[in-house]
Design a binder for this molecule. Sequence first.
Ligand code: GUN
Length: 286
Amino acid sequence: MTAQLIDGNALARQIRADVAGRTAALKARGIQPALSIILVGDDPASQVYTRHKVNDSTETGLQATLERYPATLAESELLARIDALNRDRAVHGILVQLPLPRHMDSSKVIEAIAPEKDVDGFHVASAGALMVGRPGFWPCTPYGCIKMLDAIGYDLKGKHAVVIGRSNIVGKPMAMMLLGKNATVTICHSATRDLKAMTLQADVVVAAVGKRNVLTADMVKPGAVVIDVGMNRNDEGKLCGDVDFEGVKQVAGWITPVPGGVGPMTRAMLLVNTLEAAERAAQSRP
Ligand code: GUN
């Protein structure tokens, strides 16, 4: 058996087209959805990511502003800038690119963002809202994974989903989203005793560890859906995920590729969250 591919590029394209349409409708009402991105320091990867975020936004009609600050910026100055953006009615989403310089407390900074503008979904209020099933913002990567399962028409009710990884931005929120869709959820991590025994029971596996070959063909139940959140480099320097793609695709029913799977979906979901923030603001203050 060879797994069917879940094409993240194609799905992200559809999502961007939908965002563009809804953005045009808001603009017709005189509202310009706007995202403010803050980048502190000169981390090369962060520079690339934030440039992508600006370009993706602009291409769909959202306004994105990138504010760059030196790594020497005082935490108090950053907090003051976030406070000003919180108060600015023309700004609907605020994103502080991580990692921050070491002298800053990332949690304190993220929690300074007004929850109604937290389009990354990293604020504790967003995490709490997801946990209790209230409206809020879902972190973009697990949200993108859920959209991929929706796109293949996969009904999670009663299914066993195994999430490998317990980070605050992927593993934990992923588990909550799957639970919200009535799956039975197991979270595995570095201290899990027998990972293979867990994954062999799974109808859905989400691998979000950041290490190559965490999931190999012998660990997958035939026909399972495999979602690969990993972004690693192999020995030849090529981008690869956490899943042994060539092996696992012989066993799985569905699989996401790397690149071209979860990555483009993460980018698309930031646009969805930003638009959603603007739509909610328009609804609460028409
Ligand atoms: N750094 C790496 N990925 C992300 C992300 O999704 N959001 C933010 N704010 N920082 C990041």
